[in-house]
Design a protein around this ligand. Structure first.
Ligand SMILES: *[C@@H]1O[C@H](CO)[C@@H](O)[C@H](O)[C@H]1NC(C)=O
Ligand SMILES: *[C@@H]1O[C@H](CO)[C@@H](O)[C@H](O)[C@H]1NC(C)=O
Ligand SMILES: *[C@@H]1O[C@H](CO)[C@@H](O)[C@H](O)[C@H]1NC(C)=O
Ligand SMILES: *[C@@H]1O[C@H](CO)[C@@H](O)[C@H](O)[C@H]1NC(C)=O
Ligand SMILES: *[C@@H]1O[C@H](CO)[C@@H](O)[C@H](O)[C@H]1NC(C)=O
Ligand SMILES: *[C@@H]1O[C@H](CO)[C@@H](O)[C@H](O)[C@H]1NC(C)=O
Ligand SMILES: *[C@@H]1O[C@H](CO)[C@@H](O)[C@H](O)[C@H]1NC(C)=O
Ligand SMILES: *[C@@H]1O[C@H](CO)[C@@H](O)[C@H](O)[C@H]1NC(C)=O
Ligand SMILES: *[C@@H]1O[C@H](CO)[C@@H](O)[C@H](O)[C@H]1NC(C)=O
Ligand SMILES: *[C@@H]1O[C@H](CO)[C@@H](O)[C@H](O)[C@H]1NC(C)=O
Length: 732
């Protein structure tokens, strides 16, 4: 059948195109392909799938690392492994031999592909084995023939000269041996030897003329046997998917199947995809249009993800996959067609004119929405949600958010920043939320954006604003956060109308909580997240004034083309790490710097960029460092706080802030240290006064001596936007 041959050829061509091994790992040993999870060498395989390649032979031969069993072939699609094992043989006047074949998990003998086969005359052989659960299995097979004429012609095994029986599922090891109850001395003349083995049933063909080979050295007799391999760490797909970090189906577009032989599961590329489902990005779309023999199309073929479209050429109709496209023809003569055509056109035109505008408008809107959705990475997110890798983030539609915010009414705006506008909204379930319209994301950033959503959705910390969901249907993606009632720290510290000042104790608590949250972002999650925009606007306060850090993780979206970078710098003026302006790279120490500025705001009550007595704009960080150097710290501290009797305490916070503001990133403490120091400061304050004063005085003295011996490290000037931009230019 020529079509079958072509099919196989093409299928293997497709399989060869995609990478099958881990990057940097050998993909072959001799002539055998080694697809991941199998692998040669350290880090190239999953545990239990290690293969050694013995290159003393030509060609080199692969072996299962444990047990030294030679591998003939590895199939990723069928999850089969073809290996060589010994058969057992017995010849007349020789004592019976037996062999044990024992395999380690995750390999089990394939019940579907192998048969226990006994060849010889007057022979009874047994196979005794154990399955994965440790249950014993035993079976026997008798082959009997009186004389040479009694041997079956083959090719099947029918008990005369050859006997075959199936093996059970989940067999993990077996022993085969002969019974001596049948005495083959009578048949020795034409059947001197017998043999027994478990082997690939397609490999063994019974043939009377080659029935009884001479066993000179029976240990040379090896037979191919097929093993089923699977991911056996979890007993089924359900268990494995629940333990996602150890889930083996790493590729998108892969599906999980329960193992049919033994416990465990298998990964396969989804329909329309090919490659290695065990590798990240392993399953690739099949371009069906390129493979017209395998995927016939007699019309216009267009490849889509996971499939293809095959349509009849314009002006024809029918089934294009079956070469049945036929031209449209009319039963009417030309004039009649024209008349009918015109009258129809007129009627239709009238109808069209009235609805055209609405329709095209609607269509355009829908198309736009779809492209936005695609552009914003919506498909990727949906895939992740469908494959249950993300279950904490909800995808909202545009309508839902419009309803929630009264069509993005300006009255609902509760904030705006470098990354977009924030609206207050009420969802259909009456929950109040904050909805952030982000800045534009381009094609290049869409995957990162979705990854970010996935990471952020998994963050759950007392002092971090929780991401509830997102909407990707608009030209700008929108994020939905929990709503925090009391506004931002900035609003509370710098109220537009007079309000009683925030007490020192509350300020310390807020600082500590915010530091804790940032430390968590930097270290506690499995992937470090840089906030990228720490400022008092982004520290929100709950009903009970507990801090909630918001607007984090946007660092992935930091625009780094020139114009946008300048905009970004202006947005974070007063807080931006000077080192970042040089390198244009945000690090966790950039957050520490910005946090230092927030600490200053807390102890001075001034804004990050403030107007001094002469109404000149000054950078709080720079003024502070100058005052520290001139030992005039008191001049810049918040008088109300000093009044609270906290000057020494403020001094200590100032010392922490000073370290955070070190010019060199590596000289700044980590966020964790900052949080711990703030914590002990707050504890200290709760201790009896005298003891506290004594310790505080010592600490301040030590700090002052250290400060005096230091050289000038400021190295940068009072920041206004023009010097800032100059700095940016210099940094290029
Ligand atoms: C199976 O689990 C063991 C122990 O939990 C672990 O060491 C091993 O790497 C896992 N194997 C695979 C293939 O995930
Ligand atoms: C490779 O095969 C040869 C011959 O079969 C054997 O002597 C040698 O020990 C093998 N080497 C390794 C590393 O297994
Ligand atoms: C290995 O198996 C594949 C598919 O199962 C087959 O196409 C290929 O010919 C086999 N290779 C060898 C060397 O047997
Ligand atoms: C088979 O039996 C012979 C004779 O007893 C012995 O020398 C040989 O090692 C045995 N082979 C196996 C594989 O047990
Ligand atoms: C055979 O497999 C069973 C189950 O995996 C195991 O308990 C037993 O020890 C194995 N026997 C041998 C001889 O390897
Ligand atoms: C088999 O039969 C022969 C002759 O009949 C006898 O000499 C031999 O001992 C028998 N062997 C066994 C194992 O019964
Ligand atoms: C059996 O083997 C012989 C010799 O190898 C060969 O000529 C013959 O075609 C084979 N018969 C079958 C049915 O495979
Ligand atoms: C896989 O096995 C689990 C547990 O035995 C079962 O709940 C689940 O339905 C199975 N999945 C499939 C697709 O058969
Ligand atoms: C041809 O006819 C089919 C069905 O009769 C119709 O769907 C299609 O639009 C027609 N194409 C043209 C170009 O007239
Ligand atoms: C076209 O033919 C193919 C192959 O016979 C069939 O699978 C498919 O369903 C047909 N499509 C339509 C639209 O009838």
């Amino acid at each position: 059948m020529p079509t079958v041959a072509a099919t196989l050829l093409l299928a293997s061509a497709v399989a060869a195109a995609a990478a099958i091994s881990k990057p940097g790992c050998p993909s072959k040993c001799g002539e055998v392909d080694i697809p991941y999870p199998f692998g040669i060498g350290r880090g190239c395989s999953m545990e239990g799938f290690d293969i050694t390649c013995n290159d003393t032979t030509d060609p080199p031969k692969p072996f299962i690392a444990v047990g030294n069993i030679e591998i003939l072939n590895v199939s990723l699609v069928d999850h089969e492994l073809s290996v060589h094992i010994y058969m057992v043989g017995q010849c007349y006047e020789q004592s019976g031999n037996y062999s044990t074949t024992s395999l380690a998990l995750p390999f089990l003998f394939s019940a579907a592909s192998n048969k226990f086969t006994v060849v010889g005359c007057s022979t009874l052989a047994y196979v005794v084995g154990q399955n994965v659960k440790g249950n014993t299995y035993a079976s026997g097979c008798v082959s009997y023939c009186d004389d040479a004429g009694g041997v079956s012609e083959g090719p099947g095994c029918d008990g005369m000269g050859c006997c075959q029986t199936s093996i059970p599922k989940s067999l993990s090891n077996f022993t085969a041996y002969f019974s001596d109850s049948l005495n083959n001395s009578e048949v020795a003349s034409f059947s001197p030897c017998s043999y027994a083995f478990v082997a690939d049933q397609d490999w063994f063909r019974f043939n009377k003329s080659t029935l009884f080979p001479d066993f000179g050295d029976e240990t040379n007799y090896q037979v191919p046997v097929l093993l089923d391999w699977a991911m056996r760490n979890h007993s089924s797909c359900r268990d494995a998917e629940a333990d996602y970090p150890n889930y083996a189906c790493r590729s998108a577009h892969s599906d999980c199947f329960n193992s049919t032989n033994g416990p465990g599961y298998l990964c396969k590329c989804s329909q329309g995809y090919t490659g290695n489902p065990y590798l990240e990005g392993g399953c690739q779309d099949i371009d069906e249009c390129e493979l017209s023999q395998l995927y016939p199309c007699f019309g216009v073929c267009s490849n889509i993800q996971g499939g293809y479209l095959c349509t009849c050429p314009p002006g024809t109709h029918g089934n294009a996959t079956k070469d049945t496209c036929i031209g449209n023809s009319s039963k009417f003569p030309l004039p009649a067609r024209l008349v009918i055509g015109f009258s129809v056109i007129i009627v239709v035109l009238v109808a069209l004119v009235s609805s055209a505008i609405i329709c095209t408008q609607k269509l355009k809107l829908k198309r736009e929405r779809d492209t936005f959705f695609k552009k914003n990475g919506g498909f990727k997110l949906y895939e992740e949600i469908l494959s249950k890798k993300v279950d904490t983030v909800q995808v909202f539609t545009e309508e839902e958010l419009q309803r929630a915010t009264d069509n993005f009414d300006d009255k609902g705006v509760i904030g705006c920043g470098g990354y977009g506008m924030v609206y207050r909204g009420i969802l259909d379930n009456q929950r109040t939320v904050a909805i952030k319209k982000s800045k534009k994301v381009d094609e290049r950033q869409k995957d990162e954006f979705v990854n970010e959503i996935i990471v952020l959705s998994q963050i759950n910390h007392r002092h971090i604003v929780r991401l509830l969901g997102c909407c990707l249907e608009l030209d700008v993606p929108m994020l939905v956060y929990e709503y925090i009632s009391n506004g931002s720290l900035f609003d509370v510290l710098h109220p537009e109308h007079y309000a009683s000042p925030l007490p020192l104790q509350a300020r310390l608590t807020i600082a500590e909580q915010a530091a804790e949250a940032l430390a968590y972002l930097h270290s506690a999650t499995n992937r470090s997240i840089i906030h990228g925009d720490v400022k008092s606007h982004n520290i929100l306060l709950d009903d009970d004034l507990s801090a909630k850090v918001s607007d984090f993780g946007a660092s992935q979206l930091v625009p780094m083309d020139e114009d946008e970078f300048i905009l970004f710098v202006q947005g974070t003026l007063g807080y931006l790490d000077p080192e970042c302006m040089q390198t244009r790279r945000l690090t966790d120490r950039s957050d520490v710097y910005s946090f230092g500025v927030v600490l200053l705001e807390l102890i001075t009550g001034k804004k990050a960029i403030y107007a001094d007595d002469a109404w000149e704009k000054r950078s709080l960080a720079t003024s502070f460092l100058v005052m520290m150097k001139e030992q005039r710290l008191r001049d810049i501290l918040d008088n109300k706080m000093i009044g609270e009797g906290g000057e020494r305490l403020l001094g200590e916070v100032a010392a922490i802030a000073k370290e955070c503001l070190s010019v060199k990133g590596e000289e700044r403490p980590s966020m964790k240290e900052v949080a711990e120091r703030l914590h002990s400061l707050r504890r200290l304050r709760l201790q009896p006064r005298e003891e506290y004063d004594q310790r505080a005085i010592e600490m301040v003295k030590a700090e002052e001596t250290r400060r005096c011996t230091e050289t000038d490290t400021s190295g940068y000037h009072i920041l206004d936007s023009s010097t800032l931009l100059n700095n940016v230019d210099a940094g290029r």
